[in-house]
Design a protein around this ligand. Structure first.
Ligand code: COA
Length: 262
């Protein structure tokens, strides 16, 4: 069975045969991702790149919650403007990861909880999955190259529903737009997604890596450039008056008021 390491309780990693399992585990805060959690996930992915035993990575949350996205209090108190900081390192690690990543998503997948899926290879959604990218509602802007990948996946108008209006969508819609592969009941999600990870892990590992590389070839430079552009805008937005109002509103559990901004 598994060699389980709790780097910290909020990120659990365990190795099951050829599969590295990464579990976000901060249910009391709806799995909001802190700087420490990004670092732990980036480190786990980094080790998996060079560990010949690891053929597949499996990312999931806890029952009923994938992640509520970046910890909003971290946004407020420790706005991270460094590309080599925890978020930047995690994004780089997942965008460039050379082996297949399988995600099992149930409950809320907010912000980076949705955008990280654009860099996974197979995504399975539980019936309770609810995706949303409320960057604009927080006075921010898209990240993880979602400003490039979503319009490419959906066309501009559909992407605008998610990135400008910040509308949530469910598992059926996620499958329809190609963000997820299959919807499962919440009860069968983990078993079904894990079976796919095992199926991948049984295949010829070099062939799998080369195939993933070919599927992504040509995108590397454009993705890198977009990550950089988004990172610059995001850093400026984090310390903007609009974001300050949104973060205050979140802390006070009220709706933000952007009426005085130009
Ligand atoms: N950052 C920091 N804390 C968060 C959080 C986040 N992203 N998401 C949830 N929490 C905290 C809440 O503040 C609350 O803390 P408290 O118990 O100390 O008051 C706790 O987690 C439970 O959240 P709550 O809002 O009561 O749960 P809910 O079931 O009513 O709603 C969500 C769940 C995910 C819909 C809601 O918490 C939410 O919208 N979170 C913010 C999502 C977001 O904007 N993320 C940033 C994306 S860029």
């Amino acid at each position: 069975m598994a060699d389980t390491t709790a780097i910290e309780d909020h990120i659990l990693t365990s190795i099951h045969g050829h599969i590295l399992k990464i579990e976000m585990n901060r249910p009391e805060k709806k799995n909001a991702i802190t700087r420490a959690m990004y670092t732990q996930m980036a480190d786990a992915l980094g080790s998996a790149v060079t560990d010949g035993q690891i053929r597949v990575v499996y990312i999931t949350g806890v029952s009923g919650i994938f992640t509520s996205g970046n910890d909003v209090l971290d946004f407020m108190n420790a706005p991270n403007t460094d590309a080599d900081g925890p978020v930047g390192r995690f994004l780089k690690a997942i965008v460039t990861f050379p082996k297949p990543i399988v995600a099992a998503v149930d409950g809320h997948a907010i912000g980076i909880g949705t955008t990280m899926l654009l860099h996974c290879d197979l995504v399975y959604a539980g019936a309770n999955a609810r995706f949303q990218m409320p960057f604009v509602d927080l006075g921010l802007c898209p990240e993880a190259a979602s400003s490039l990948l979503l319009p490419g996946l959906l066309g501009h108008a559909r992407a605008a529903e998610y990135l400008l209006l910040c509308e949530p969508f469910n598992a059926v819609q996620a499958v329809a737009i190609g963000l997820a592969n299959v919807e499962h009941s919440s009860e069968t999600l983990q078993e079904a997604a894990w079976a796919k990870a095992e199926k991948l892990a049984e295949k010829a590992p070099a062939s799998i890596r080369i195939t993933k590389q070919l599927m992504r070839e040509g995108q590397h430079d454009v993705l890198e450039a977009r990550l950089k552009r988004e990172g610059e805008e995001f850093a400026a937005r984090l310390v903007s008056p609009e974001a300050a109002e949104a973060f205050q509103a979140f802390a006070m559990r009220r709706a933000p008021d952007f009426s005085s901004f130009e």
